[in-house]
Design a binder for this molecule. Structure first.
Ligand code: ZN
Length: 137
């Protein structure tokens, strides 16, 4: 029997990898890396716990129960993933916007406004108080 077939036979009826196991493995790696970098043996040891649990879940034959765990995990963490993704997108958009525009303050009413970059000297009209002032872009 080929090695691959042996693996398939071994994994049949077992839970296999899922998001929760992936998360546990990543957590484990992160903990042991931090532990090694900071020379904290305690953290390296703690890092083995999620790895052990991930292995237990991957090899578990109680597929129903493991699926339910993964489902609960996904529900618990999906808003977090979504939020951090949106946050990252917003940061990226702001960084790109910063390349195109410059923020200037109106000397009269202190309102902030955007002016396009790379246009040399500009006369800016404040949208709030209609004050006109020169600005370098
Ligand atoms: Zn103004």
């Amino acid at each position: 029997m080929k090695f691959k077939d042996k693996v398939i036979q071994f994994m049949t009826g077992r839970n296999g990898g899922d998001q929760l196991s992936t998360f546990l493995i990543v957590t484990s790696l992160a903990l042991s890396l931090i532990g090694q970098a900071a020379n904290l043996e305690f953290l390296v040891f703690v890092g083995y716990l999620p790895l052990g649990y991930a292995l237990f879940r991957i090899l578990s034959r109680n597929v129903e129960k493991r699926r339910l765990e993964n489902y609960k995990f996904a529900i618990l963490f999906s808003p977090l993933y979504g939020r951090s993704y949106r946050f990252a997108t917003r940061l990226k958009m702001r960084a790109e916007e910063a390349k195109m525009h410059k923020y200037v303050k109106c000397p009269q009413c202190k309102a902030m406004m955007r002016v396009p970059r790379g246009k040399g000297k500009l006369m800016v009209t404040c949208p709030k108080c209609q004050n006109k002032f020169p600005s370098k872009s």
